[in-house]
Design a protein around this ligand. Structure first.
Ligand SMILES: C[S@@+](CC[C@H](N)C(=O)[O-])C[C@H]1O[C@@H](n2cnc3c(N)ncnc32)[C@H](O)[C@@H]1O
Length: 414
């Protein structure tokens, strides 16, 4: 749009509709487009499409838009399996309109871009593969946090809004959890559900005076992973995809290659998932130290791991625990599975100071991972073999398990 009577382009404003060509995928479920000298971050589009987009947010450094009409569709465009996916609707799934194989290629590209931009590493190609239990990208999510609208109906937040969109089904949740939608929850702030491997569904409601007859209260669910049973409090961290815990444990073992007699640290250990299998690998002459900040998760870990005599469970904030003096070289391998924000420079320095032969980094945010890889390079570690998993189909999220190994000829910091 131009200023009347001039050639000058008007600044973009929320609500403007314009036609653009959709460029490459960006982190966060957006695609890049350009208009009026600005870079647009467009949702609900696919690279190569021509689309009419509506501006939804204008900031100094970024403009957001939704594709509201596709003029030239991509061959990878499909009908979204969920009727609540689309502009102005549920903010949960960003990739429902994209063929599953293409979703995975796009995620691979996002990982590659993250390493190039944030770690200075070009051409890092890690194929994003489905995990066990993949069912065309649907019915994979074993735990859900539902919002509740004013009338007590459960649903999800609209993208970048506090408003709740009531839904009649969530197609990525395991089927049993949709029982949440058979009830209303007057006065509730949130409803949570989790489904165990045995099909047991736990539903609980938060908010004073909240109601909901289907609520089972807080009840542990059973999750079976690689032949081992875990009892997990639904409020403790647990990998969301039904096949993710097994895939990640296997990746940690395959990439880290723990052997008998070694000492391993499992940092940000949650309920002790990785420790359970590391314990068997290092055997009775080895040791695993699992460090986790949440008391509830450590309680779960104690319940699940009390038979393993070679595991030490530590409930501490990570920086505090790593800051305590310890003997460098005493630990062979470290599993590092931090929250989305990543490990950061302090934790990376403290880990490098231990001089492990390998760090196996489990990352749910490729940008945070790439930033940490750059930080580790300053401390004498480089990126080694890595794997990527489609643990969050229909969304832009991706999980990467990457190794960091000492740079030959460079002594890690001491
Ligand atoms: C991504 S989860 C990983 C859990 C576990 N490794 C698993 O796969 O089930 C990250 C964990 O780090 C814990 N955490 C977050 N910040 C922490 C901190 N500063 N110190 C210790 N633990 C922390 C959280 O409670 C959570 O259990």
């Amino acid at each position: 749009m131009r200023e009347p009577g001039t050639d000058r382009l008007l600044p973009l404003a929320v609500g403007d509709v314009l036609e653009v060509t959709i460029g490459q995928v960006a982190h966060g479920g957006h695609f890049i487009a350009h208009a009026h000298g600005r870079t647009l971050f467009v949702r609900h589009a696919i690279t190569g499409e021509t689309a009419r987009v509506k501006i939804t947010e204008v900031r100094a450094k970024m403009v957001r838009a939704d594709a509201i009409e596709i003029l030239v569709p991509s061959p990878d465009r499909v009908n979204a399996p969920c009727v609540f996916a689309g502009p102005g609707l549920c903010g949960g799934c960003d990739f429902q309109h994209i063929a599953l194989t293409r979703q995975r290629e796009l995620k691979q590209q996002v990982v590659q871009d993250a390493f190039r931009r944030h770690a200075g590493l070009a051409d890092i190609e890690i194929p994003v593969v489905p995990v066990a239990g993949d069912n065309d990208g649907l019915e994979w999510r074993t735990r859900v946090r539902w919002g509740v609208d004013r009338s007590g109906k459960a649903g999800f937040h609209i993208f970048r809004s506090s408003e709740i969109l009531p839904v009649t089904k969530c197609v990525i949740a395991t089927q049993g959890q949709n029982a949440v939608l058979e009830d209303t929850y007057g006065g509730a702030q949130e409803v949570r559900s989790a489904e165990g491997s045995d099909g047991t569904v736990s539903i609980w409601v938060s908010g004073s005076g909240a109601t909901g007859s289907r609520s089972t209260g807080e009840r542990r669910v059973i999750q079976e992973v690689l032949g081992r049973r875990w009892q997990v409090d639904p409020a403790s961290f647990w990998q969301g995809h039904v096949g993710a815990p097994g895939a990640l444990v296997q990746a940690v073992l395959d990439l880290g290659r723990p052997i008998s007699g070694e000492t391993w640290w499992d940092l940000y250990s949650g309920v002790g998932l990785f420790s359970g299998y590391l314990s068997a690998a290092v055997g009775p002459t080895g040791k695993v130290v699992a460090v986790e900040g949440s008391a509830r998760s450590v309680r779960d870990a104690r319940r699940n791991l009390h038979r393993e005599r070679n595991i030490e469970l530590v409930e501490r904030e990570m920086g505090n625990w790593l800051g305590a003096p310890s003997e460098p070289g005493a630990v062979s391998g470290i599993v590092l599975d931090p929250p989305r924000t990543g490990a950061g420079p302090l934790v990376a320095a403290q880990i490098a100071a231990q001089k492990p032969r390998v760090v196996v980094y489990v990352a749910c945010d490729p940008v945070a991972l790439a930033r940490d890889v750059a930080i580790f390079a300053n401390f004498g570690y480089r990126l080694g073999p890595a794997l990527a998993f489609d643990n969050f189909p229909m969304t832009h999220h991706v999980e990467v398990v990457a190794t960091l190994v000492p740079i030959k000829g460079l002594d890690p910091i001491s």
